[in-house]
Design a protein around this ligand. Sequence first.
Ligand code: B12
Ligand code: SF4
Length: 453
Amino acid sequence: MRLHLISPTHYLPDGSLHKTTRYWTSGTTLPYLKALTPPGHEVSFTDELMQELDVPRIEREADVVGLTAMGPQIRRAYDLADHFRARGKKVVLGGTWVTLTAEESLRHADAVVAGEAEYVWPQVLADLEAGRSAGIYRADRWHDLSNLPEIDYWSLPLLKPDAFRSSWLYRKYFFWPIMFSRGCPHPCEYCAVQTYYRRSYRTRPVDEFVAEIDRMRALGASRFLFLDDNPVAHPEKAKEMLRQLVPRRVQWVSQATVNVARDPELLDLVARSGARVLSIGFESLNEGSLASIGKSFNRPSRYAEDVAKLRARGIQVIALVMVGLDGDTPETFATTLRWLDENRVSFLKLFTPAPYPGTKFHADMLAAGRIRSDDWGRYDYGTPNVVPTGMTSDEMIDGFKAVYSGFYSVRSMLRRFVPPPRQNLLESLAMIVANVKVNGYLRRNPDAWGTIS
Ligand code: B12
Ligand code: SF4
């Protein structure tokens, strides 16, 4: 069969599609699914974030259309699924959102892959080829992450191969995606990842992970993004992997929990193995607010020390912070901004509570009658989808905007970056450029703040 796989983009509030011409990394979902597809099928794909979707060609040539979706992209995914089905194509939906809403997603598709595709994808295709479908396909066990199929890295949807080969600047700009672990054992109630993985956690065999790093290095890659949500959840496994990275002299960025700063041996290995930037889910400075979302392990009383330790090793900290949680009041905004400034956080991503369907947080908010809208196309990080308790929805959005504009103001940038940490000066420079760009973006796109990635 001829398959076309799509990662859709999301709609902007005016109904147009969010697009970008350049991106610093890429997901691997589409080339990975292609690598996973049994021989005998022809696979092409489009990431709509950067590429135009050639709808007439897909209508003409594809037998099966596969769609993945993240967050608000789901609305576009359903629209495309309905469109292609109406034209006689077999449609398969999969990915994080779809997994958490499998029954509903099946109304837009011939088949739904709930959870990992490794064990079920061949069966889905065999069934569709035979003109049948079992509806929702869910593997009966997690994959052990060994012997994963190799993807064609030059086909990464958001990579510009020509620019990579010809431009020093682009080589510094682009981070090659690689995955070490899947899942997360923590109980954060709003989190789609722990819900998808049912709080399970696995790491890849270290030698296979390192062999993949080496294959990518042979292509010229030296900077990597770990796609993991929490690569340090099993610290001893992480240490084993990081020890192998140290002599390879690569640079890497990742998400991680704040625990990364609390184990001296782990932090040392993280720094020596080339960590440059870590995105850390602090979420809140308020113990009560953290308790309301099941994230009490964070312990704000230690944050200042944690950030200082990371900074001292030349690691830039991106803070992920939620505003408008239960326990937050209008005063929370100023306190949060002051803390970010004083602790010289490099970059900020703010989130209004996003009640992703399928999570405990969504179920609780629904039961309490606090969900304001079921327009999933607006389930981004800057829309008041949950009615807050300690403030009005307008106060939440005003505060959200005030923290963002305060943080990305020139005054705050000067406070946070002068003087920069002594190590990894280039990374500080890159962060300053990123701050300046966000400053401009926020002024030009006052309605798109909730979808900054
Ligand atoms: C890389 C990444 C990005 C990148 C690249 C995206 C891209 N277009 O290439 C960037 C940074 C741009 C990004 C953006 C966003 N992302 Co993102 N992203 C990820 C991340 C870290 C890894 C995804 C990946 O490549 N995984 C590797 C592949 C191999 O695994 P996989 O996608 O899970 O696929 C497996 C299965 O799920 C399944 N599968 C998946 N899709 C499909 C489809 C079919 C047809 C089939 C058969 C199977 C299948 O098969 C695969 C093998 O088992 C995940 C975190 C995570 N844990 O998944 C978040 C994640 C998917 N992102 C998320 C979100 C919300 C977003 C944003 C919407 C955030 C925002 N600011 O609004 C934006 C979307 C903007 C846009 N229009 O693109 C959420 C989704 C939550 C949800 N409930 O849907 C996640 C889970 C992060 C999180 N912690 O919450 N993201
Ligand atoms: S620590 Fe992060 S990835 Fe893990 S459950 Fe909490 S929010 Fe999700």
